[in-house]
Design a protein around this ligand. Sequence first.
Ligand code: SF4
Length: 441
Amino acid sequence: MAQPVASVAALSSDGIAVPSANPGAASSLERPDLIQQNGQREVFCGLTSIVWLHRRMPDAFFLVVGSRTCAHLVQSAAGVMIFAEPRFGTAILGERDLAGLADANEELDRLVRDLLERRPEIRTLFLVGSCPSEVIKLDLAKAAERLSRQHTGRVMVLNYSGSGIETTFTQGEDNALLSMVPLMPRSDEDQLLLVGTLADGVEERLTSLFQRLGIGLIRSLPPRSSTELPPVGKGTRMLLCQPFLSGTARALVDRGAQFVRSPYPLGVEGSRAWMAAAAAAFGIDPATVAAVLDPLVERGRRALAPHREVLAGKRLFLLPDSQLELSLARFLQQECGMELVEVGTPYLDRLLMAEELALLPPATQLSEGQDVERQLDRLRAARPDLVVCGMGLANPLEAEGFVTKWSIELVFSPIHGIDQAGDLAELFSRPLRRRALLQLP
Ligand code: SF4
C-alpha cells in the first residue's frame, strides 16, 4: 500500500548530527519524474519477515494471530524444521472467533499459557497481527500487556502488525524492531548501533572492520539474544543496515540517537560510503578509512568485473517489493553499468533515501506504490532485459519471455558489504547468463 509521502517528513531533524555524505542530496528530494500509484499491489505481507527474524533471535517466538492462510504463508516461506521445534506458529482464528461468537482473548491466553509451559526456553513472545486480526479489531497491544503481566519475570510479550492490509514484507521487520525500542535501556555512552538484520557472518565481518577503523563499541538491533537489548541515548550513532526501517529510525531518534546519513551497504561504493559515514560520525580521519577499506575496494571491484560484462548496457525494470529497490538500482547502474527503465518502490521515504536518490541518474523514472496492471503495461511496452519482482509476478513474466529475478531472494542472501558485492552482482547476472545458455542453438 502506498504510504502518504507527508509521513516521511515527520522525523525530527534534531537527531541528524552527521552531515550528508553527498551535499547534493537535498536537491534530489523533489523529483518531477515520480509516478505515485495507489492501486492493486502484488507484494508479500509483513509476516514474511518472521522468516529471518526468528533465525536472528533464537530465544524469541513469533505467534501469528491469523488465519490458515497466514499459517501456510509463514510455514512455506520458513520451511518446516525437522530437527528443532519451530520458533514461530499461528494461533488460528476460527469461524467462531471471526463471527465474534467466541472470546478470542481467552483463547489466546490459554494458548500462550500452554505454549510457555511446553517451551521454557522462550524469553520473548511476539504476538503478530494479521489481516483477520485487524479486521475483527482484536487488540493485540492490550493482549500483550495483559500477557506480560500474567507471565512477569518469565517472558516479555510484545506485539506488532504483519498484516497485508498495512505492511509490505520488509515493513514486518520495521514493526518488530519498533516494538522493541521502548524497552531499550537508556545510556548516553558512545556507541555505533547497527540497525537491521544482517546475516551473522556478514555482521561479524563488518564489526571487525569498524573496530579496525577505531570504533570501540558496536551493538546491533535486533540483538542475537532478544533479552539483551542494546541501550540507546545521546552517544548513539545509528547506522541503518536496511532502508526499510522508517518507523524504527524515527523512534530511535526520539530516544536520542543520531542518524548517520549514508547510502546503504550494497555494492562496493555504497558499502564504502556507508562505513566512511560511520567513521566520520566518530571523527575518524579519512586517511585511516582509506588505509583499511581501499584494499577491499580494489578486491571488490575485481569481483564485480565478470558480472559487469554480462550486465553492462542491459535494461532493468524494478517492480516495488522489498524496499531495497533504490539501493539496488544505484548499485546496478553505477557499478554494473545497467540502464534503469523504471525503479519502483513500495513507499518512498525521502529522508532515509536522500543519499540514494542523489546517486541515481537525474532522469531516472521512479514509481512509488503500485497499480499493478498499469505498471505491467509500462513494463511490456519497455521490454527490459531484466525484471526484478515478487514471486507472484515472476513466473507469468517468464512465460511472456522476460528474464526475472525474485526480489525476496535479496533479503535471504548475505549481500551487504564490500566483500559481498560480487555475490550481489551475480544474483542479477545469473538469470541473464542462464537465458543466454537456453537460447544457444
Ligand atoms: S496477514 Fe493477510 S496477507 Fe498475510 S498471509 Fe495473513 S491474510 Fe494473507
